[in-house]
Design a protein around this ligand. Structure first.
Ligand code: COA
Length: 201
Protein backbone atom coordinates (compact mmCIF):
# COMPACT_ATOMS: atom_id res chain seq x y z
CA UNK A 1 0.00 0.00 0.00
CA UNK A 2 1.56 3.37 -0.96
CA UNK A 3 2.21 5.63 2.06
CA UNK A 4 -0.17 8.21 0.56
CA UNK A 5 -3.11 5.77 0.75
CA UNK A 6 -5.93 7.27 2.77
CA UNK A 7 -6.14 4.08 4.82
CA UNK A 8 -2.39 3.70 5.45
CA UNK A 9 -1.72 2.40 8.95
CA UNK A 10 -5.40 2.13 9.92
CA UNK A 11 -6.15 -0.79 12.26
CA UNK A 12 -9.69 -1.74 11.27
CA UNK A 13 -10.11 -3.98 14.30
CA UNK A 14 -10.16 -0.78 16.37
CA UNK A 15 -12.76 1.09 14.30
CA UNK A 16 -16.46 0.97 15.19
CA UNK A 17 -18.88 -0.67 12.77
CA UNK A 18 -21.67 1.89 12.40
CA UNK A 19 -25.31 1.35 11.52
CA UNK A 20 -25.99 3.23 8.28
CA UNK A 21 -28.96 5.38 9.34
CA UNK A 22 -30.34 8.64 7.84
CA UNK A 23 -28.38 10.81 10.29
CA UNK A 24 -25.11 9.29 9.13
CA UNK A 25 -23.99 11.09 5.99
CA UNK A 26 -21.20 9.59 3.97
CA UNK A 27 -20.96 10.05 0.22
CA UNK A 28 -18.74 7.12 -0.68
CA UNK A 29 -16.88 9.51 -2.99
CA UNK A 30 -13.49 7.95 -3.73
CA UNK A 31 -14.59 4.45 -2.69
CA UNK A 32 -12.60 1.98 -4.77
CA UNK A 33 -13.41 -1.70 -4.84
CA UNK A 34 -11.79 -4.45 -6.84
CA UNK A 35 -15.27 -5.32 -8.12
CA UNK A 36 -16.62 -2.10 -9.63
CA UNK A 37 -20.28 -3.16 -9.38
CA UNK A 38 -20.06 -2.79 -5.59
CA UNK A 39 -19.10 0.88 -6.05
CA UNK A 40 -22.14 1.28 -8.27
CA UNK A 41 -24.42 -0.39 -5.70
CA UNK A 42 -23.41 2.30 -3.24
CA UNK A 43 -23.29 5.32 -5.54
CA UNK A 44 -26.43 4.60 -7.52
CA UNK A 45 -28.54 4.03 -4.46
CA UNK A 46 -29.24 0.28 -4.51
CA UNK A 47 -28.32 -0.02 -0.86
CA UNK A 48 -30.37 3.03 0.16
CA UNK A 49 -33.35 1.67 -1.79
CA UNK A 50 -33.10 -1.70 -0.02
CA UNK A 51 -32.92 0.05 3.35
CA UNK A 52 -35.90 2.28 2.52
CA UNK A 53 -37.87 -0.80 1.46
CA UNK A 54 -36.92 -2.47 4.76
CA UNK A 55 -35.46 -5.48 2.97
CA UNK A 56 -31.97 -5.00 4.35
CA UNK A 57 -29.98 -3.08 6.92
CA UNK A 58 -26.50 -1.75 6.26
CA UNK A 59 -23.47 -1.18 8.46
CA UNK A 60 -20.33 0.67 7.47
CA UNK A 61 -16.72 1.14 8.39
CA UNK A 62 -15.29 4.60 7.79
CA UNK A 63 -12.07 6.37 8.49
CA UNK A 64 -12.48 10.14 8.77
CA UNK A 65 -14.88 10.92 5.89
CA UNK A 66 -13.83 7.96 3.79
CA UNK A 67 -15.98 4.89 3.32
CA UNK A 68 -13.79 1.84 3.99
CA UNK A 69 -16.47 -0.82 3.56
CA UNK A 70 -20.08 -1.80 3.95
CA UNK A 71 -22.09 -4.90 4.76
CA UNK A 72 -25.83 -5.54 4.51
CA UNK A 73 -27.81 -8.08 6.53
CA UNK A 74 -31.26 -9.51 5.85
CA UNK A 75 -33.47 -12.41 6.86
CA UNK A 76 -32.98 -15.67 4.96
CA UNK A 77 -33.77 -19.37 4.96
CA UNK A 78 -30.91 -21.86 4.80
CA UNK A 79 -31.90 -24.87 2.69
CA UNK A 80 -29.76 -28.01 2.70
CA UNK A 81 -30.28 -31.41 1.12
CA UNK A 82 -29.69 -33.30 4.38
CA UNK A 83 -30.96 -32.90 7.94
CA UNK A 84 -27.81 -31.35 9.43
CA UNK A 85 -29.20 -31.13 13.00
CA UNK A 86 -30.29 -34.78 13.31
CA UNK A 87 -27.98 -35.33 16.28
CA UNK A 88 -29.96 -32.63 18.09
CA UNK A 89 -33.23 -34.39 17.26
CA UNK A 90 -34.16 -31.82 14.59
CA UNK A 91 -35.16 -33.35 11.27
CA UNK A 92 -35.65 -30.18 9.21
CA UNK A 93 -33.76 -29.38 6.05
CA UNK A 94 -34.45 -25.66 6.17
CA UNK A 95 -33.52 -23.31 8.96
CA UNK A 96 -33.83 -19.66 9.95
CA UNK A 97 -30.78 -17.63 9.01
CA UNK A 98 -29.44 -14.13 8.60
CA UNK A 99 -27.82 -13.47 5.26
CA UNK A 100 -24.85 -11.33 4.38
CA UNK A 101 -26.34 -9.58 1.36
CA UNK A 102 -23.72 -7.17 0.00
CA UNK A 103 -20.22 -6.85 1.37
CA UNK A 104 -17.50 -4.71 -0.13
CA UNK A 105 -14.41 -2.92 1.05
CA UNK A 106 -12.10 -0.34 -0.44
CA UNK A 107 -9.20 -2.22 -2.00
CA UNK A 108 -6.76 -0.06 0.00
CA UNK A 109 -8.48 -0.94 3.30
CA UNK A 110 -6.86 -4.28 4.06
CA UNK A 111 -8.44 -6.05 6.98
CA UNK A 112 -11.73 -4.18 6.64
CA UNK A 113 -13.45 -7.26 5.19
CA UNK A 114 -12.44 -9.39 8.15
CA UNK A 115 -13.58 -6.70 10.58
CA UNK A 116 -17.04 -6.47 8.97
CA UNK A 117 -17.63 -10.24 8.83
CA UNK A 118 -16.37 -10.88 12.36
CA UNK A 119 -18.53 -8.02 13.61
CA UNK A 120 -21.61 -9.35 11.76
CA UNK A 121 -21.19 -12.90 13.08
CA UNK A 122 -20.85 -11.66 16.64
CA UNK A 123 -23.71 -9.17 16.25
CA UNK A 124 -26.14 -11.84 15.04
CA UNK A 125 -25.06 -14.35 17.71
CA UNK A 126 -25.13 -11.80 20.55
CA UNK A 127 -27.94 -9.41 19.60
CA UNK A 128 -30.32 -11.17 17.22
CA UNK A 129 -30.35 -14.81 18.28
CA UNK A 130 -31.53 -14.12 21.88
CA UNK A 131 -34.77 -12.61 20.56
CA UNK A 132 -35.39 -14.34 17.20
CA UNK A 133 -34.65 -17.97 16.41
CA UNK A 134 -31.65 -17.79 14.12
CA UNK A 135 -29.10 -20.56 14.04
CA UNK A 136 -27.17 -19.86 10.84
CA UNK A 137 -25.64 -17.16 8.72
CA UNK A 138 -25.68 -17.49 4.95
CA UNK A 139 -23.97 -15.82 2.03
CA UNK A 140 -24.08 -16.16 -1.74
CA UNK A 141 -20.33 -15.91 -2.33
CA UNK A 142 -19.72 -14.16 -5.65
CA UNK A 143 -18.26 -16.38 -8.38
CA UNK A 144 -17.41 -14.81 -11.74
CA UNK A 145 -16.15 -17.30 -14.33
CA UNK A 146 -15.45 -14.53 -16.85
CA UNK A 147 -12.27 -13.26 -15.22
CA UNK A 148 -8.89 -14.99 -15.42
CA UNK A 149 -8.59 -16.65 -12.98
CA UNK A 150 -12.29 -16.82 -12.05
CA UNK A 151 -13.22 -14.44 -9.24
CA UNK A 152 -14.28 -16.54 -6.26
CA UNK A 153 -15.18 -14.89 -2.94
CA UNK A 154 -15.83 -18.24 -1.22
CA UNK A 155 -12.19 -18.56 -0.06
CA UNK A 156 -12.66 -15.40 1.96
CA UNK A 157 -15.72 -16.78 3.76
CA UNK A 158 -14.02 -20.13 4.39
CA UNK A 159 -11.56 -18.23 6.60
CA UNK A 160 -14.44 -17.66 9.03
CA UNK A 161 -15.75 -21.24 8.98
CA UNK A 162 -18.45 -20.87 6.32
CA UNK A 163 -19.20 -24.15 4.52
CA UNK A 164 -20.77 -24.81 1.13
CA UNK A 165 -24.44 -25.80 1.14
CA UNK A 166 -23.55 -28.04 -1.79
CA UNK A 167 -19.93 -29.17 -1.36
CA UNK A 168 -20.15 -31.21 -4.58
CA UNK A 169 -21.32 -28.34 -6.78
CA UNK A 170 -19.45 -28.39 -10.08
CA UNK A 171 -17.61 -25.28 -11.23
CA UNK A 172 -18.46 -22.90 -12.67
CA UNK A 173 -21.74 -22.90 -10.77
CA UNK A 174 -24.99 -22.47 -12.72
CA UNK A 175 -25.53 -19.14 -10.93
CA UNK A 176 -22.87 -16.43 -10.36
CA UNK A 177 -22.36 -17.43 -6.73
CA UNK A 178 -21.84 -20.34 -4.33
CA UNK A 179 -24.15 -20.48 -1.34
CA UNK A 180 -22.42 -20.96 2.00
CA UNK A 181 -23.48 -21.13 5.64
CA UNK A 182 -22.01 -20.75 9.09
CA UNK A 183 -23.36 -22.49 12.21
CA UNK A 184 -23.62 -19.87 14.95
CA UNK A 185 -24.43 -22.33 17.77
CA UNK A 186 -20.88 -22.66 19.17
CA UNK A 187 -20.59 -18.87 19.45
CA UNK A 188 -24.14 -18.48 20.79
CA UNK A 189 -23.35 -21.07 23.49
CA UNK A 190 -20.11 -19.34 24.36
CA UNK A 191 -21.80 -15.94 24.64
CA UNK A 192 -24.58 -17.30 26.84
CA UNK A 193 -22.29 -18.69 29.54
CA UNK A 194 -23.00 -16.40 32.52
CA UNK A 195 -20.03 -14.50 33.94
CA UNK A 196 -18.68 -16.31 36.98
CA UNK A 197 -19.30 -14.20 40.11
CA UNK A 198 -16.12 -13.63 42.14
CA UNK A 199 -16.11 -15.86 45.24
CA UNK A 200 -16.81 -14.12 48.60
CA UNK A 201 -14.06 -15.94 50.48
C1 COA B 1 -14.16 -10.07 -0.38
C2 COA B 1 -13.66 -8.82 0.33
C3 COA B 1 -14.80 -8.16 1.11
C4 COA B 1 -12.55 -9.21 1.31
O1 COA B 1 -12.16 -8.07 2.03
P1 COA B 1 -10.61 -7.78 2.41
O2 COA B 1 -10.57 -6.56 3.26
O3 COA B 1 -9.83 -7.83 1.17
O4 COA B 1 -10.29 -9.00 3.27
P2 COA B 1 -9.23 -9.03 4.46
O5 COA B 1 -8.03 -8.19 4.09
O6 COA B 1 -9.90 -8.71 5.75
O7 COA B 1 -8.81 -10.57 4.39
C5 COA B 1 -9.12 -11.54 5.33
C6 COA B 1 -8.48 -12.81 4.84
O8 COA B 1 -9.21 -13.30 3.68
C7 COA B 1 -8.31 -13.52 2.60
N1 COA B 1 -9.06 -13.28 1.36
C8 COA B 1 -9.59 -12.13 0.92
N2 COA B 1 -10.26 -12.34 -0.24
C9 COA B 1 -10.10 -13.67 -0.52
C10 COA B 1 -10.55 -14.51 -1.58
N3 COA B 1 -11.31 -14.04 -2.61
N4 COA B 1 -10.23 -15.84 -1.55
C11 COA B 1 -9.48 -16.33 -0.52
N5 COA B 1 -9.04 -15.58 0.52
C12 COA B 1 -9.35 -14.26 0.50
C13 COA B 1 -7.17 -12.54 2.85
O9 COA B 1 -6.02 -12.93 2.18
C14 COA B 1 -7.04 -12.63 4.36
O10 COA B 1 -6.36 -13.82 4.68
P3 COA B 1 -5.40 -13.90 6.00
O11 COA B 1 -6.26 -13.51 7.17
O12 COA B 1 -4.98 -15.34 6.03
O13 COA B 1 -4.31 -12.94 5.75
C15 COA B 1 -13.05 -7.78 -0.67
O14 COA B 1 -12.03 -8.39 -1.41
C16 COA B 1 -14.06 -7.18 -1.63
O15 COA B 1 -14.65 -6.13 -1.34
N6 COA B 1 -14.25 -7.84 -2.79
C17 COA B 1 -15.17 -7.35 -3.82
C18 COA B 1 -16.61 -7.54 -3.45
C19 COA B 1 -16.91 -8.97 -3.05
O16 COA B 1 -16.46 -9.94 -3.65
N7 COA B 1 -17.74 -9.09 -2.02
C20 COA B 1 -18.19 -10.38 -1.53
C21 COA B 1 -19.40 -10.74 -2.31
S1 COA B 1 -20.21 -12.16 -1.64
Amino acid sequence: MPPSSKFAGVDFTQLPVEHFTPDLTISGQGFRCLRGEFVTYWRQGRIQREINARISQCWILRYKDNLAGYITLLADKLEVDRPILLDEGVQYRSFPAIKIGLLAVDQRAKGAGRRLVEWAVEYVAAEVSPTVGVRFMTVDALYDPDTIPPYDASGFYEKFGFQFTDPNESLPPSVPYRTMYLDLKPLIDLLSIPDIEPSED
